[in-house]
Structures are given as structure tokens and as C-alpha cells.
Ligand binder design. Structure first.
Ligand SMILES: Cc1cc2nc3c(=O)[nH]c(=O)nc-3n(C[C@H](O)[C@H](O)[C@H](O)COP(=O)(O)O)c2cc1C
Length: 156
């Protein structure tokens, strides 16, 4: 039997928008069409180095706060860096962001850290500006499914 691949979703949300996106990503990742992938979703404050070391791919979700990723997601990356240094090289990752009206600062801040970590981006970012529309949630679901299917088929 093939070993399960591991997909980690780490997100922060204060008022629920990023949470709704995360739940859609999780739904997609757990789609019955994908087998052989175990999915773990954690809030950033509850996630640590052992989760990242477990993961074969990472999906990060954050609101944009003051033109940056949320402090909780930054804290997750800060806390895990030394324990994971050299052990998660080129881990495939993707991002979803909820922003009032922009999102580019949150995206840029994650991309900068990902380059240093280093993580390897494998999907286009999803940025919701304002309302979390059905179209955004559908894109999030597709992101989760694509990441899980990619892991299952070892395309990353
Ligand atoms: C402290 C704070 C700072 C924010 N800064 C920005 C910002 O720089 N750019 C932006 O587009 N939205 C900004 N927003 C709006 C949030 O990104 C937006 O409301 C988002 O949907 C919140 O996601 P959540 O419901 O998952 O917490 C900010 C909100 C808060 C509370």
C-alpha cells in the first residue's frame, strides 16, 4: 500500500473571512476524488515545527493586516524556522488571503519569507478583496483539491 502524503493548512482569522476560505480549502482537499492524502488544518497559533516537518505541502491562509501577513502567521513562520531549517527545502506551498481592499502586502511578505525559508510556490495565490464571495470560496475549494491531487500524483 502506498504511504499517505500529508497536506498541512495553516491559517489565521480574526473576523471569520479567512476562516471561511480555509474551510473551503479543507473541503476541496478532503474531496472524495482524492485518496492517499491526509489533511491537517490548524490555526497558526496551534501549529508548530512538528506539523511543518510532517507536511509534504503547505497551504497558508492569512488576512492582510497593516499591509502584511497577520502577526499569528508571521509568528508561526518565526517559531518554526530554526527547527525546520534545511529540513523542508522546497516544500511546495500556496497562499490564500482575505483583505479589505488590497492583499498585495500580505502576499509580498509571505513570498519574501518563503524565498528565504525556502518554500516553493506551486499554485497562484487567491486574494479575496472585501466580501468572501461564492466565487472566492469555489476557488479556495479548487485550490485545496488541486494541492491534494498534486500530492497524490506526485506532481510537485
Ligand atoms: C488590524 C487590521 C489591519 C488591517 N489592515 C488591512 C490592510 O492593510 N489592507 C487591507 O486590504 N485590509 C486590511 N484589513 C482588513 C482585513 O484584511 C479584512 O477585514 C479581512 O477580511 C479580515 O480577515 P478575517 O475575517 O479572517 O480576520 C485590516 C484589518 C485589521 C483588523
Amino acid at each position: 500500500m502506498l504511504a499517505l502524503k500529508h497536506l498541512l493548512i495553516v491559517y489565521h482569522s480574526q473576523t471569520g473571512h479567512t476562516q471561511a476560505m480555509a474551510e473551503a480549502v479543507l473541503r476541496g482537499a478532503r474531496s472524495p476524488e482524492v485518496e492517499g492524502v491526509e489533511v491537517r488544518m490548524l490555526r497558526a497559533g496551534d501549529a508548530g515545527a512538528e506539523d511543518l516537518l510532517w507536511a509534504d505541502a503547505l497551504i497558508l491562509g492569512t488576512p492582510e493586516n497593516f499591509g502584511y501577513m497577520s502577526g499569528a502567521v508571521k509568528d508561526f513562520l518565526d517559531r518554526t524556522y530554526y527547527s525546520c531549517e534545511g529540513k523542508v527545502e522546497s516544500l511546495p506551498y500556496a497562499v490564500f488571503i482575505s483583505a479589505g481592499n488590497d492583499g498585495s502586502g500580505a502576499l509580498g511578505s509571505i513570498q519574501r519569507i518563503a524565498r528565504g525559508y525556502p518554500l516553493r510556490v506551486v499554485q497562484e495565490p487567491i486574494i479575496a478583496r472585501g466580501n468572501t464571495t461564492d466565487a472566492i470560496l469555489a476557488s479556495c475549494e479548487e485550490l485545496g483539491m488541486t494541492m491534494a491531487a498534486g500530492l497524490e500524483m506526485s506532481v510537485f
